[in-house]
Design a protein around this ligand. Structure first.
Ligand SMILES: NC(=O)c1ccc[n+]([C@@H]2O[C@H](COP(=O)([O-])OP(=O)(O)OC[C@H]3O[C@@H](n4cnc5c(N)ncnc54)[C@H](O)[C@@H]3O)[C@@H](O)[C@H]2O)c1
Length: 154
């Protein structure tokens, strides 16, 4: 049930990679704080499951299946979220992968895969979302690779 005292009443949060891990934990937390939550992830099964879980609890959740390392898919996810909820107030660039191995064993393909999913995805999503936030003068952007909010306009 939406909490009228929640710290994010009336806010819309888009969480890339929101279907699992820290992204899913954030989706649950933001929903409890009364945000409308757009879960954007390429894991369709986990995304739909979390969307159903949150909506069944009376929260507002929306799942968009998209690979945010691809420019057209990232754009689709942002447009679908705005169509559903009207705007995006909070962007959490959480989508990412990790490959753990000694530096000299990394292939160029693995390096590219990490950069595509962790860095390029954040770049693509931020450049899609930030212009509207700047126009409205409100927005929060956060990403795991940044560690703390990389923009915060009140
Ligand atoms: N878990 C940690 O302790 C930790 C610490 C520091 C950094 N990180 C980094 O944070 C990121 C997330 O960590 P996690 O443990 O929550 O991972 P996770 O694997 O549990 O969740 C990542 C989610 O992102 C999604 N995803 C990945 N690439 C995507 C893409 N291109 N498009 C759409 N969805 C995509 C996955 O499907 C998954 O649902 C990773 O990059 C990880 O390396 C994690």
């Amino acid at each position: 049930m939406t909490n009228p005292q929640g710290r994010l009443v009336g806010r819309v949060a888009l969480i890339s990679g929101g279907a699992n891990g820290a992204g899913a934990a954030s989706a649950r937390l933001f929903a409890r704080e009364s945000a409308k939550v757009s879960i954007v992830d390429r894991d369709a099964e986990a995304g739909h499951k979390l969307e159903q879980e949150l909506n069944a609890q009376g929260f507002s959740a929306f799942f968009v299946c998209a690979d945010v390392s691809k420019a057209d898919k990232a754009e689709f996810a942002v447009k679908a979220t705005i169509e559903k909820f009207g705007c995006i107030d909070i962007l959490f660039n959480h989508a990412g992968i990790i490959i753990v191995k000694p530096f000299l064993e990394f292939s160029i393909e693995e390096w590219d895969e990490m950069m595509e999913n962790n860095a390029k995805s954040a770049f693509l999503m931020t450049r899609l979302v930030l212009p509207e936030m700047l126009k409205r003068g409100y927005g929060v952007g956060h990403g795991l690779i940044f560690g703390r909010p990389f923009f915060n306009m009140k």
